[in-house]
Design a protein around this ligand. Structure first.
Ligand code: ATP
Length: 253
């Protein structure tokens, strides 16, 4: 996968950044309930690969929502791409979101668009010309094994096929940060490994990757990956990923 579309000259930009994301004592509360996320502090470094693990209900999706700016923290400080996102005016949020690729747990494909057009969407939004996007989208279709389904609408695809389209759409524009929520939950182990290779290729090009998963065996697939674990809304740091320097990831089993 060495020809992910050259959309943004971001590698040099990322290399010059100290951190991609910084959380300092962040809390998140839905409505008037108890806090879903409590005292979350960490720094994500440019070009690193993080797995976010934790039991169901631990707060993984909630933390990812903060990362892709769907929610703002209820308290604490948060910086992204060198900017304070708590005080960022609402009209600047879309510009920040375009720098983040997101694989949603429920895919969120555009129902009336074909597989090809769903994958091409970020490139079209970025103003890439039709003649320049056909090659990367075609290559991506082959990589996810859906060349034959290029014209299919999402409703006619299986859950696993929709998931692969969602991943292709998230990575094709080479975002500065990729946030993926259980991205391999609907595919077989072989395809899961293939999709992780796609994330790894993107990561090697400089993208910071955060993948939430229940499947800790995935963690062994990415050399140098770091692990963040949520336990009832609190972050633990089993591999020292969030300290300096991080230790290599070693699994217990
Ligand atoms: N919009 C919401 N309003 C109120 N509570 C919410 C909302 N979204 C999530 N929660 C609650 O926050 C807690 C954490 O949910 P979250 O989806 O972040 O967990 P998760 O670790 O991603 O779980 P899973 O692995 O099952 O997807 C849960 O108790 C959930 O019910």
């Amino acid at each position: 996968m060495n020809s992910l579309c050259p959309v943004m000259p971001f590698v040099a930009f990322i290399a010059s950044m100290q951190s991609v994301v910084e959380f300092d004592n962040v809390g998140l509360r839905y409505g008037t309930g108890v806090e879903t996320l409590t005292d979350i502090s960490f720094t994500l470094h440019p070009g690193s690969f993080y797995f976010l693990t934790g039991a169901s209900g631990a707060g993984k999706t909630s933390l990812l929502k903060l990362l892709y700016l769907a929610h703002r923290p209820s308290r604490g400080a948060m910086r992204m791409f060198g900017h304070d996102t708590i005080t960022l005016p609402r009209d600047r949020l879309p510009g920040f979101r375009r720098r983040i690729g997101v694989v949603f747990q429920d895919f969120r494909l555009v129902a009336h668009l074909s597989t090809f057009d769903n994958i091409a969407l970020p490139l079209r939004i970025a103003g890439i010309q039709e003649k320049d996007l056909r090659g990367p989208v075609t290559e991506m279709l082959a990589w996810i094994g859906l060349t034959e389904r290029a014209d299919a609408r999402p409703a006619t695809l299986s859950g696993g096929e929709q998931q692969r389209v969602a991943i292709a759409r998230a990575v094709i524009g080479r975002p500065e940060m990729l946030v993926a929520d259980e991205p391999t939950g609907n595919v077989d182990p072989e395809m899961a490994r293939r999709l992780l290779q796609l994330f790894a290729a993107l990561n090697k090009l400089g993208t910071t990757v955060v993948v939430a998963t229940h499947d800790i065996h995935l963690l062994q697939e990415i050399e140098g990956a770091q692990m963040m674990r949520l336990d009832k809304g609190r972050l633990s740091d089993p591999t020292g990923s969030l300290r300096h320097p991080p230790r290599p990831l070693v699994l217990d089993n």
